[in-house]
Design a binder for this molecule. Structure first.
Ligand SMILES: NC(=O)c1ccc[n+]([C@@H]2O[C@H](COP(=O)([O-])OP(=O)(O)OC[C@H]3O[C@@H](n4cnc5c(N)ncnc54)[C@H](O)[C@@H]3O)[C@@H](O)[C@H]2O)c1
Length: 715
């Protein structure tokens, strides 16, 4: 044994060959946490000073190779100064460079996932042999940063600037065949042949049959590009990548700038440039938000996992109503493997639901994401029916019939009579109180809300709504079923709008107020899209549908009259009364034409300004910042209220609900992290500027308390 730690061991295996093995004790995966890094330092020192070693093979004893850095350490790390971050990276890099400089050949056997720092470790050795089961990549940009353990330096020299730009800026995971084609690995072999192949390569190096030093030289020198080529490559890429990433995600372009800057340098200087660029990105609010998002996601996963033991298995599901939502639920359940009965009262409904599923599946087959026989299997998992005949086999029901409390009441009682006593019944209502719907049920403990978003196959969020009488088993089973469908469930308590719509309608309230005071709705859309929303509020209303928005708005106004009741006629009322329902009627705030791909294309319609005149009483010219503040403050305050009222349990869940449910700009982290980034004190002052606009703009007492004591929602 040459070295024995808690994450790394190094031992001699044969003929002077050493094996460095990653196996982080007490964890299911290997990751580059502080411990692993400090042990790698010690192991590298031992290897350096042992003159009997002729070659090194790097391996992992886990299913993965190394999943990457330990992101839970990032928040604290990134809180340090830029200088500290640079120093930190350079220190880590000295370890990787020492491994790269060992006086004998080195090979990594990549057995499983090797991402981020994990793949940068592989890049430090002379050669890489990869299992057909492994995946490699540098996904750092997804966290608002870029590779900082030498990835921008080594990968660009190894596979060329063009390829490295694509790997680093897109941040994707690469399959073995692609990694081999680009030259990022040297061989791909079956899992059971991996170590033998790595050893064989190493022995050829030791025997002098392969010139590993030449390979090393290439990796540690300047990039082989003349000035002209360099300019062409980097400048073209910058334009293209900037367009793809958009102005709110600076890391990909910064990665290119960094690679361009260090292209003419040899390794050690180049690493300094990388460290500076990395530190700059790590200090951005984008990185803070995206790292926060990752951590929130972990928290959500943990919550779902904690509920698992209380869940009953869902082997057979059923959906009532085969409309837009019911059809989507049936498709998603079948796609992910849970068979589902799809019941409607009308054959026409069933036909619509099935056709929608067929269309979605055919598209998957067309895109090569599914084989034709798999498509048949999925369709076979959807069993359409007009009767309750087979409902005794059902473990969980999703009710998705028309949004009418009387109809739902009848349907829910009906289905309760035909399912087993232990079956869970859920409702996909978007506006009716779950407690109200539970009233006439015999087993309200087996009932809760399961609120999907439209279109079901695209939208990642499911709100699981806990009624007063819902049991833990009902909640846990519904959460588990949502997870099995590939969705992210968030458990919330019952109130008008639940979490997502309760927060969305104050945002629409901000919009209505702006239009009333004379703002141009198209400008509002543009400003909010630049702010990071996938679509502005007027466009979003067109997509939601004016009838749905009006109905839900009325429910919200009834539930929270002091804040959400609007005086007089609103812009939404005008559109609704003119039967401009939005995309579904090809007219709303915009007009819609069908483009070549059959998708609705939005065009401006001057007539709308005329129609809105009666509800416009101001002629305000609003600058971008005012528009942002008037739109965002009501949404943010209502999110805090949901937290204070216990509608949602944690800030992480609230923020993730908004990101997954309504497309809140991810790089801003969610409403609560956005408030944190402004500071509660500053946020309250900002809101007070708009106090005259009404209670939607009034911070809660709790917020003022937090402001006084300097508290934050996160950390
Ligand atoms: N459309 C959305 O954007 C959206 C989003 C989230 C939640 N929801 C909710 O989902 C539910 C369904 O909405 P939708 O948009 O799919 O409506 P839809 O009108 O498209 O479909 C309703 C279906 O229910 C069927 N139906 C009516 N009575 C029935 C009964 N007694 N038994 C079985 N089937 C019956 C109808 O024939 C119709 O096919 C509503 O509660 C709605 O609020 C809708």
């Amino acid at each position: 044994m040459i070295y024995e730690g808690k994450a790394i061991t190094v031992k001699k295996i044969e003929d002077g060959i050493a094996q460095l093995d990653f196996d982080l004790k007490g964890e299911s995966v290997n990751k580059f946490n502080r411990l692993t890094l400090s042990e790698l330092r010690e192991a590298a020192d031992k290897l350096k000073s042992d003159s009997s070693i002729k070659g090194l093979m790097v391996t992992s004893s886990k299913d993965c190779f190394i999943v990457g850095a330990d992101i839970t350490e990032f928040t604290e790390l990134f809180a340090g100064s830029e200088e500290d971050l640079v120093a930190n990276n350079l220190q880590a890099n000295s370890i990787f460079s020492d491994i790269e400089d060992l006086p004998f050949p080195t090979v990594t056997a990549i057995n499983g996932i090797a991402l981020g720092g994990g793949f940068e470790m592989c890049l430090a050795t002379d050669y890489r042999v990869m299992s057909t089961k492994a995946k490699v990549g540098l996904p750092e940009v997804k966290l608002g940063i870029f590779p900082g353990f030498g990835g921008t330096v080594r990968l660009s020299r190894l596979i060329g600037a063009d390829n490295a730009i694509e790997w680093i800026c897109a941040g994707g995971e690469k399959r073995p065949e692609n990694a081999l084609k680009d030259g990022a690995v040297d061989a791909v072999v079956a899992p059971d042949k991996l170590q033998a192949a790595a050893l064989d390569l190493l022995k050829q190096c030791i025997a002098g049959k392969i010139d590993y030093k030449a390979r090393r030289e290439e990796k540690t020198s300047k990039l082989k590009l003349n000035q002209m080529e360099s300019m062409m490559t980097f400048e073209t890429a910058k334009g293209f990548v900037a367009g793809q990433a958009g102005p709110n995600y600076p890391a990909p372009v910064e990665a290119i700038k960094t690679m361009q800057k260090h292209a003419g340098m040899s390794r050690d200087k180049a690493l300094e440039v990388e460290a500076k660029g990395f530190a700059k990105m790590a200090k951005t609010s984008v990185a803070a938000s995206l790292v926060g998002l990752f951590l929130n996601d972990q928290e959500l996963k943990k919550k779902a996992k904690d509920l698992e033991p209380k869940a009953s298995p869902v082997k057979q599901a059923a959906v009532l109503g085969a409309g837009i939502m019911g059809g989507g639920v049936a498709y998603q359940s079948a796609l992910k493997g849970t068979p589902i009965l799809m019941k409607d009262i009308a054959q026409a409904g069933i036909d619509t639901g099935l056709n929608e599923a067929k269309k979605l599946l055919a598209r998957r087959v067309e895109k090569g994401r599914m084989k034709a026989d798999e498509m048949a299997d999925v369709l076979n998992r959807i069993v359409p029916t007009l009767s309750y005949g087979d409902f005794k086999t059902v473990d969980l029901v999703v009710e998705a019939v028309v949004e009418n409390p009387k109809v739902k009441d009848i349907v829910l009682r009906e289905v309760e009579d035909v399912v087993r006593e232990d079956a869970i019944i859920t409702t996909n209502t978007s506006t009716i109180s779950v407690n109200l719907l539970a009233k006439n049920l015999k087993r309200p403990e087996n009932f809760c809300g399961m609120h999907f978003f439209n279109p079901v196959h695209m939208m990642p969020l499911v709100e699981v709504i806990r009624g007063e009488k819902s049991s833990e088993r009902a909640i846990a089973t519904t959460v588990a079923y949502a997870k099995a469908m590939g969705k992210t469930p968030i458990v919330v308590n019952d109130c008008p709008g639940f979490l997502v719509n309760r927060v969305l309608f104050p945002y629409f309230g901000g919009f209505i107020g702006l239009v009333r005071d004379g703002a141009d709705f198209q400008k509002v859309d543009k400003v909010m899209e630049r702010f990071g929303w996938p679509m502005g509020p007027a466009y979003l209303l067109d997509v939601v549908g004016m009838d749905t928005a009006k109905h839900a708005g009325d429910v919200m106004a009834e539930g929270f009259p002091e804040r959400m009741k609007h005086e007089g006629t609103t812009a939404i009322d005008v559109m609704f009364e003119a039967k401009r329902l939005g995309q579904k009627s090809n007219e709303g705030f915009y007009k819609y034409e069908t483009d070549k791909k059959g998708k609705p294309k939005k065009i401006s319609d001057p007539a709308v300004y005329e129609m809105l005149k009666p509800v416009v009483s101001g002629n305000g010219e609003f600058d971008d910042q005012t528009i942002i503040e008037r739109m965002m403050i009501p949404l943010c305050i209502e999110t805090v209220r949901c937290l204070e009222d216990g509608i949602v349990e944690t800030p992480a869940e609230a923020d993730m609900g908004l990101i997954f449910g309504i497309g809140f700009p991810p790089f801003r982290g969610g409403a609560l992290r956005y408030i944190d980034s402004i500071g509660l004190d500053e946020f309250c002052k900002l809101a007070d500027k708009y106090a005259d606009l009404g209670p939607l703009y009034h911070p809660t007492e709790g917020m003022r308390e937090m402001a006084k004591s300097g508290k934050k929602f996160f950390g």
